[in-house]
Design a protein around this ligand. Structure first.
Ligand code: ADP
Ligand code: ZN
Length: 298
C-alpha cells in the first residue's frame, strides 16, 4: 500500500512516500514559508507520486472535530499567514485522496505506538520540548482529541523560589512552555540552550519543571510510557534528573511496576527522528481503513 506522509512543522515541512509497515521510500524537507509559497511545492511532490491516502501531522492549534466548521484548519496560530488555513480541504481538493489529519505530537505518539518502542501499549504520552512544548496522547487504540485537542505544554507550573525569570508564554507566562521551552531557557540564561550543556544549574531547574508537569500527566492519564522528544531533550543528562524528580514528587503514592523501572518508563524517542513522519503513514492508513469500513457498512 503506497501512502503519503506530511509532517507539517512551523519551520519545515517533511514530505514522504512510504507504506503501512512504516517503510519510507522517499523523503524531502521544504522550509515553511507562507501557504502561497509552500503549499504548491508540497502538492508538486505528492502529485508526481501515486498514493492511496495522505496523513498530515500538523503544527497547531488545529481543528480536529469533524462536526465543527474548522475541521482541517490551522486555527489560532501566531503564524499569521497560516491562521484559519484549511490544509485538509486544500489537499483533498488538489489530490483527491483520503486525508488523515492530527496534531504533530499525536503523529509522533502514533509512530511510536505503531512502529516503535511503545508497540502494544494502551496509554502513551509523547511530549516534545523544543521551540514550544506539546503533548500527544494515545489511549486504547485512539489519539486523544476532545473539545479541541490537549494542550499539555501549557499546564501551569509552580515556579521555583530561586528562579527570577518571569516566563515567556504570552497567555500564561509561567506554564511549562513559558518556563521550559528552548526560547525560555535562552532568555533566562542569556545563551543558546545547546551552549549551556555544562551548566548543571540550568538542567536541574529544567528537570524540575518538566518533572512537575509529568507528575500531573501521570496522575491524570496514568500513561504506561512517557516519551520525551524535541531539541531541548538532546541534553541527555535531563533524563536521569527528570526520572529522579518524578519519583520524588510522586512520593511513592502511585504503585506500579512501570514506575520501578524508570529507565524504561521515561524514555527518548526510538525511531531516529522518524516517529512523526512514520506516524503520518499510519494516519493515512487509518483514514483509508475508516473509509473502507464505513462504505462496507453502507
Ligand atoms: P521545533 O520545536 O521548532 O520543531 P526543535 O524540537 O529542534 O524544533 O526545538 C528547537 C529548540 O530546541 C530551540 O529552542 C533550541 O534552542 C533547542 N535545542 C536544540 N538543540 C538543543 C540542544 N542540543 N540542547 C538544548 N537545546 C537545544
Ligand atoms: Zn502557556
Amino acid at each position: 500500500m503506497r501512502l503519503g506522509a506530511l509532517e507539517a512543522g512551523g519551520t519545515k515541512m517533511v514530505c514522504a512516500i512510504g507504506d503501512e509497515t512504516g517503510k519510507i521510500y522517499e523523503q524531502v524537507s521544504i522550509p515553511t514559508q507562507t501557504p502561497e509559497i509552500t503549499i504548491p511545492k508540497l502538492l508538486e511532490f505528492f502529485r508526481e507520486r501515486s498514493m492511496e491516502a495522505l496523513g498530515i501531522a500538523c503544527f497547531g492549534p488545529i481543528g480536529l472535530n469533524r462536526r465543527k466548521p474548522d475541521y482541517g484548519c490551522i486555527t489560532s496560530t501566531p503564524k499569521l499567514a497560516w491562521r484559519n488555513y484549511n490544509i485538509v480541504k486544500k489537499f483533498e481538493d488538489e489530490l483527491g485522496c483520503p486525508i488523515g489529519f492530527d496534531t504533530d505530537v499525536n503523529g509522533s505518539v502514533l509512530g511510536e505506538v505503531t512502529f516503535g518502542q511503545a508497540k502494544g501499549k494502551n496509554c502513551v504520552l509523547y511530549l516534545t520540548i523544543g521551540t514550544g512544548v506539546g503533548g500527544g496522547i494515545y489511549i486504547d487504540g485512539k489519539l486523544l482529541h476532545g473539545m479541541v485537542h490537549p494542550e499539555a505544554g501549557h499546564v501551569l507550573i509552580r515556579k521555583r523560589g530561586d528562579d527570577p525569570y518571569e516566563g515567556k508564554c504570552p497567555y500564561h507566562k509561567t506554564c511549562l512552555e513559558g518556563l521550559a521551552a528552548g526560547p525560555a531557557i535562552e532568555e533566562r540564561w542569556g545563551s543558546k540552550a545547546a551552549a549551556l550543556a555544562d551548566r548543571a544549574e540550568v538542567w536541574d531547574l529544567e528537570a524540575d519543571y518538566i518533572a512537575q508537569a509529568l507528575v500531573g500527566y501521570i496522575l491524570t492519564l496514568s500513561p504506561e510510557m512517557i516519551i520525551l522528544g524535541g531539541g531541548v531533550m538532546h541534553q541527555e543528562q535531563l533524563f536521569a534528573l527528570i526520572r529522579m524528580k518524578v519519583q520524588d514528587l510522586l512520593g511513592g503514592y502511585v504503585q506500579a511496576e512501570e514506575l520501578d523501572d524508570m529507565e524504561h518508563y521515561i524514555v527518548p524517542a526510538s525511531l531516529h527522528d522518524d516517529q512523526g513522519i512514520m506516524g503520518c503513514l499510519e494516519l493515512a492508513r487509518r483514514e483509508l481503513e475508516g473509509r473502507c469500513s464505513v462504505s462496507a457498512v453502507r
